[in-house]
Design a protein around this ligand. Structure first.
Ligand SMILES: [Cu+2]
Length: 474
């Protein structure tokens, strides 16, 4: 059984990363036609011939081979977790076998990067072995990363609170993503995929910012090991959390190559229990349990929830600028939802203590939806604020509503075999901030301003358009 360890808690003298670096260097030497090469492994996730990260990859495998085995990554889909678990398992098998060939240990396992443990802020940094020395001779480094550190706001784990795996249409109330067919580039993300997954990709940027190049950055694999670990952690939280029970999820076959370069096939049901995946593995500190232990409660957990209703919508397609884009919404809640948007008396410090019990009451659920977001290039992370005073020079962080990481935007905007090109949908749970702002002097019961601010300057050729913004509440 392999034990995947926290990269920030490896004991002194541990050689996990040293061997990883040696294996990556060896795999980079192999031709792209070799399924165990670095390029081939990256291209399984995504490949784009005219992208600069793929310059020099030729000669490529046959078109037939590429069609079958490349561009397979599953995003904005209920296969997101299981497909990436399979992908990591074969990658780990290949790296481990290269390490053995190079004379290394037999029990090498992929470490995970737990950037969520922000009680130790240094974990927000990409582990130093991947950033220094910043030159070609370090196989764990790659040119063009935009940030070597994440922001705290990228790594929140609100998604873990969600109980259903599958989300409803447009509203990612699900942890794991919407029910889809094969979805190389879907439109609506599951909650954990939105954050931290997408935000980590876009914050690091460079190769990591685009699904067609992300697998080429050696940190990709430690990021995804952490995402995979969080899937197990979510299952372990219990209380009706369980994987989908539909056959179309359990039995859909995906293809890979094993360490002997043989084509192989795997399904989601085969990866629910990590101890049964290939040689088996566990995450240090995380008890392995099967994901479908709760299948008997499936019917109960999947009962329809209260439908959300539209409270406001703006259908004017809007390009996002390099600075602040403001989109006004007219609040028109149906009668029964009016109370959710009424102004509240200002909270003063003395009253706050007294009203603690009411504060613990759940705020009404409110989602802000960005629909049919299309564009070109690798977009920056966009930070969203509500009701800013735009006359003021500095942005008031107390109006922050969340961040948008449009990972794979260009693919989702391009019609193709697995997507219609209508773009992405991104939902932010704004329940808390809306409730807070209702006690703010800026609150208006009939209007809400949405401000979208790029976290870094737009690069040349990057375009982002929002088709529709709407607000839903229950
Ligand atoms: Cu990813």
């Amino acid at each position: 059984m392999r034990v995947r360890k926290n990269v920030y808690e490896l004991p002194a003298g541990d050689t996990t990363l040293e061997w990883y670096e040696k294996a990556v260097a060896e795999m980079k030497k192999r031709p792209t036609t070799d399924p165990t090469s670095w390029n081939y492994q990256g291209a399984i996730h995504g490949f784009k011939a005219d992208n600069k990260y793929w310059a020099g990859a030729a000669p490529l495998p046959s078109e037939e081979d590429r069609k079958e085995f490349w561009n397979r990554c599953q995003h904005a889909s209920w296969y997101f977790f299981s497909w990436h678990r399979m992908y990591l398992a074969y990658f780990e098998q290949i790296v481990a076998s290269v390490i053995v060939e190079l004379g290394g240990p037999k029990d090498w396992a992929l470490p995970f990067w737990n950037y969520c443990d922000t009680s130790h802020p240094e974990v927000l940094n990409i582990p130093p072995a991947f950033t220094t020395p910043a030159k070609e001779s370090n196989a764990l480094w790659i040119e063009g990363r935009e940030h070597n550190a994440l922001e705290k706001s990228d790594v929140g784990l609100e998604a873990m609170d969600l109980i259903p795996f599958v989300g409803m249409d447009y509203v990612p109330k699900g942890f794991g993503g919407p029910q889809t067919a094969f979805s190389h580039s879907g439109s609506t993300f599951g909650a954990l995929e939105q954050k931290p997954h997408n935000l980590v990709h876009l914050r690091i940027g460079g190769a990591m910012g685009d699904p067609d190049t992300a697998g080429l950055d050696p940190i990709f694999w430690l990021h995804h090991a952490n995402i995979d670990r969080l899937w197990q952690e979510w299952i372990n939280l219990g209380y009706e959390r369980h994987n989908p029970v539909q056959e179309s999820w359990l039995d859909f076959p995906f293809v890979f190559h094993n360490a002997a370069s043989e084509p192989v096939q795997m399904t989601s049901i085969e990866v629910e229990d990590t101890t049964q995946v290939l040689d088996g593995y566990v995450y240090e500190g995380v008890p392995p349990t099967s994901g479908n232990t709760a299948s008997f409660v499936a019917l109960k957990a999947e009962k329809p929830e209260m439908p959300l209703e539209v409270v406001a919508a703006n259908n004017d397609a809007k390009p996002l600028s390099g600075s602040i884009t403001t989109i006004p919404l007219k609040l028109e809640p149906p009668k029964k939802l009016k109370a959710n948007f009424m102004a509240l008396p200002a909270v003063d410090a003395a009253a706050e203590v007294v009203s603690q019990s009411t504060e613990e009451q759940k705020s009404p659920t409110t989602y802000l939806l960005f629909e049919n977001v299309t564009g070109k290039g690798v977009p920056p992370i966009y930070d969203v604020y509500l009701n800013l005073d735009t006359e003021k020079e500095a942005i008031d962080e107390s109006h922050y509503a969340g961040s948008i990481g449009l990972f794979g935007l260009e693919n989702a905007s391009t019609p193709g075999t697995h997507q219609d090109g209508s773009g992405m949908n991104y939902a932010l749970d704004v329940s808390f901030i809306v409730n807070e702002l209702r006690s703010d002097s800026s609150w208006k019961e009939d209007a809400l301003d949405i401000h979208i601010v790029p976290s870094t300057p737009l690069k040349d050729g990057v375009e982002v358009n929002v088709g529709r913004i709407s607000l839903y509440s229950e």
